[in-house]
Structure formats: structure tokens, C-alpha cells
Design a protein around this ligand. Structure first.
Ligand SMILES: [Zn+2]
Length: 445
């Protein structure tokens, strides 16, 4: 069955929460997309301040009951709960977006364009859509006269797409205040995918990501001293670099099934055997879930012409390490493999996230809300291959789950960080309902 058709079959209970003001929600999100909150590219912070004004003006019931604090450009909105014995939950998102090549877009990326079916703009999917869905869900509950029993903290960083300093700062503020959250929800993967990837043919599966892979950028430098290519002695810097890259590739750890993936397969009733591991390792979609990956992303150092020996040759490699795989032992492995002829420098490192246990009241509540609104789909514990801010809050949160409650067709998913990013209105309402249902069961009851 064609993908959009299987996708549309996953929309369930669209009649719930009739008080949801769909048109208002669409225009509030569209307006949010018009602010150019490009990560690291808003010198005076005016776009972030304007977005924050828009948030304050859009959600009067939340604002009337909460504290709204700005740290640098990051935002903390604290809505207290009636029962002080209950630890709060944290709803994450980030205000920043990646840049957009404006000329290539069908509708300008910062215009807040709204069509019949879609809301267009940079950040629609990543991740102003989720930020506003979180706010809409809580505002709607307050509008219906519900009062939170458990506190809700919105934490919106301002540089998730670059260095996550905003999230680090917000987490430090919360830690200083002695805040400890029972649960944290952040962006993750969107839309169930066909289960054949995991050997569960015909089933629709989505990961509730309880960890995220580690991130490591290394720079390799091979020294060269130039000269005429008629008189090379030994290998050139480029050859040394190429040799080191090939040796690192050969030394990369074998694919493996991590505990979270094993748990997912167990819940799906699938044998986590060697055959399945090989099947995953051989598929483009499956490979990142079973392997520490490496990608040589940048290389420089060519000589100006073919008969000149090169000076220093430099490569940048991005590695993503499976949860549980430490960066230091991995670095030892890479240094040994790279050999004496290249210098290895660490440009950036973020360890893999803690692997939280699937289960518990709040995890189960989220899964039940998802299952309610995605009839027939299965939600299983998994981890994220990309990064997000959740890792910055580990100290102050018992359990962190990353998921995007959107239904996004593949052709739209490929627009994230690319041209013509857009969120379908139907999917946006769906996300608000999922979040509201979850919050009803854990905060408003
Ligand atoms: Zn994001």
C-alpha cells in the first residue's frame, strides 16, 4: 500500500477535543515561523525577543499562572502543580532553526505562509511545531477549566542546532533550584515506519527514544612540505591521510544489537539473532541503529596543480557512537588505527545519552496516548541516531523520551533542514491532541 495511504490510516480519534481552536492554532504557529530565529545568526537577539513576545501574547491562560523567565535567549516557563509531592514534567523544544536558502523555496521560509493543507516555513517540523503544540495542549486544558496537579516546565533553548549552550544553561538553573523532573519529553523521530526494517512485516512501528547516540568530530592532519612532484620521497600528505582514513574504517567496531534495540525486538516478538543483525547492518535505514558510524565530511589540502607535492592534508570525520559506547576507549582505538603519520584532534564531543528504562507510569501514559491516536501502530523503546537537547537535562530528569508526535510523509520528512519545510495542518492538530491526552493522564488528573 502506498505510504501516504498507510499514513492516513494512522490518524485516529480526530474528533476528540472539539474545543481545540484549529484556525487560531494554525495562525499562531504560522506567525511563530515568521521570526528569523536562526541559530547563532541573530546578532541583537531581536528575532528571539519577538518570538518570545508572540508566545506571551498567544497563551494568556498559561501566562496568567506561570513564571516566564528568559536566560540569554532561552526561555523557561514554570507552571506549578497543585500537588507538591508530584515531581514536574519538562516539555522541551528549541526556538532556533537552521538557515534557509531563501531563493530555492516555493514560499519564503520566514513568511509564515499558510496553504489549505500545510503551514510552510523553516522550523515547521524542527521544531517550532512541537513547541507550539506543547503550549496549545496546555492552554486548551486550562481553557477547559482543568488545573495541573503535577507541575509543567517548558524549557525552550536557543541554539540546539549549534552548541546547545541554552539548554545547558536552563538545566543548570533548574538544578540550582533543586528541581527534579519525573519525566522529560523532547523531539525525536516522527511517524511510524514500516516494520519490515526490523523483521516485523506489515506492522507500523515508531521508536520512543530513551537515549541518543554519541557525537564526535575529529580532525586528522597529515604533514606535507610541498615541492616538485618529480622528486617525491615516501608518501605525500594526501596519501598518508587516505591511508589513515582507510585504516580507521577497517578498525571500526562490528555492528551489534544494543539493549534498547533488543528490548524493542522483544516487545515486537522478534528474535534478536545474528540474521536480523546482518539484515539491519546491510540496510541504509537499519545500519545507524546497529553501528558506530563514521562519515568523512570534509577534506582539504590539495596541491595547486598536479605536479606539485601537497602541504598539510586535513580531513574532518564525524562519528556517531551507539548508546553505551564510551568516547575515550573509542578515541584510543581511532588513534591506534590512524597511526603515527597523522595528528588526531578532537573538535567536538558529546557522549551518548543515558539509556533510560522503558516503563513506569509516565512512559506508559505516553505510549497509551500514542496508541490511542495511532490505531494499529506499535511504539517500542529505541534510541535516536541524531542529537537533541534532552541529554543536557539528564541530571535533573528521571526519564527522558524523545518522539515527534507528527505524522509526516517521507516527502515532507526529507524537507527537514532542507528546502520547503512544511507541517500538514492535520498532523499539527494530531500532535496537539496526542500531547493533550498525555498531559491529561499525567498532569491534569
Ligand atoms: Zn530540532
Amino acid at each position: 500500500m502506498a505510504y501516504p495511504e498507510t499514513l492516513y490510516r494512522l490518524y485516529g480519534h480526530e474528533d476528540e477535543y472539539p474545543a481545540l481552536d484549529a484556525e487560531g492554532a494554525f495562525s499562531r504557529l504560522a506567525k511563530a515561523l515568521a521570526f528569523r530565529t536562526v541559530s547563532g545568526d541573530d546578532a541583537d537577539g531581536a528575532s528571539f525577543a519577538a518570538l518570545q513576545d508572540h508566545i506571551r501574547a498567544s497563551f494568556p491562560l498559561i501566562m496568567g499562572r506561570s513564571s516566564f523567565e528568559v536566560f540569554g535567549r532561552s526561555v523557561l516557563i514554570t507552571l506549578g502543580g497543585a500537588d507538591p509531592a508530584l515531581e514536574p514534567i519538562i516539555l522541551l523544544a528549541h526556538q532556533d532553526v537552521v538557515p534557509a536558502d531563501e531563493a530555492a523555496w516555493t514560499h519564503p521560509p520566514f513568511s509564515g505562509y499558510m496553504g489549505d493543507e500545510y503551514i510552510w516555513g523553516r522550523g515547521a517540523l524542527d521544531i517550532k511545531g512541537m513547541m507550539f503544540a506543547e503550549l496549545e495542549a496546555v492552554e486548551l486544558a486550562l481553557l477547559e477549566g482543568l488545573e495541573p496537579r503535577r507541575g509543567i516546565i517548558f524549557a525552550f533553548g536557543d541554539d540546539e542546532e549549534t552548541v546547545s549552550a541554552g539548554a545547558t544553561r536552563l538545566a543548570a538553573v533548574l538544578a540550582e533550584r533543586g528541581v527534579h523532573a519525573a519525566f522529560l519529553l523532547d523531539e525525536g523521530v516522527a511517524s511510524p515506519i514500516d516494520g519490515s526494517l526490523f523483521g516485523a512485516d506489515g506492522r507500523q512501528i515508531q521508536g520512543l527514544c530513551l537515549s541518543q547516540k554519541g557525537f564526535l568530530n575529529l580532525r586528522l592532519t597529515a604533514r606535507g612540505k610541498g615541492g616538485h612532484s618529480s622528486n617525491p620521497f615516501g608518501t605525500t600528505s594526501l596519501e598518508k591521510l587516505a591511508h589513515a582514513i582507510a585504516s580507521i574504517r577497517d578498525a571500526m567496531p562490528e555492528p551489534m544489537l544494543t539493549p534498547l534495540l533488543r528490548r524493542a525486538l522483544e516487545e515486537l516478538g522478534i528474535d534478536a539473532d545474528e540474521d536480523l543483525l546482518m539484515q539491519l547492518a546491510r540496510s541504509e535505514e537499519g545500519y545507524p541503529y546497529v553501528a558506530d558510524t563514521m562519515a568523512v565530511t570534509q577534506i582539504e589540502g590539495s596541491a595547486p596543480s598536479a605536479n606539485v607535492l601537497p602541504f598539510d592534508a586535513i580531513a574532518t570525520i564525524n562519528f556517531r557512537l551507539l548508546p553505551g559506547h564510551g568516547i575515550d576507549p573509542f578515541l584510543d582505538l581511532i588513534r591506534r588505527a590512524a597511526g603515527e603519520d597523522v595528528v588526531v584532534e578532537v573538535l567536538h564531543r558529546t557522549p551518548s545519552a543515558r539509556q533510560d528504562d522503558p516503563g513506569g507510569t509516565l512512559y506508559d501514559a505516553l505510549r497509551q496516548s500514542l496508541e490511542h491516536f495511532y490505531p494499529g501502530a506499535s511504539f517500542v523503546p529505541l534510541f535516536m541516531c541524531g542529537g537533541c537537547d534532552a541529554i543536557r537535562y539528564e541530571r535533573i530528569s528521571r526519564q527522558s523520551v524523545r518522539i515527534l508526535p507528527y505524522l509526516v510523509a517521507p516527502e515532507d520528512g526529507s524537507r527537514i533542514h532542507a528546502v520547503d519545510e512544511r507541517l500538514s495542518k492535520r498532523s499539527y492538530l494530531h500532535a496537539i491532541r496526542v500531547l493533550r491526552h498525555f498531559l491529561d493522564s499525567c498532569c491534569f488528573s
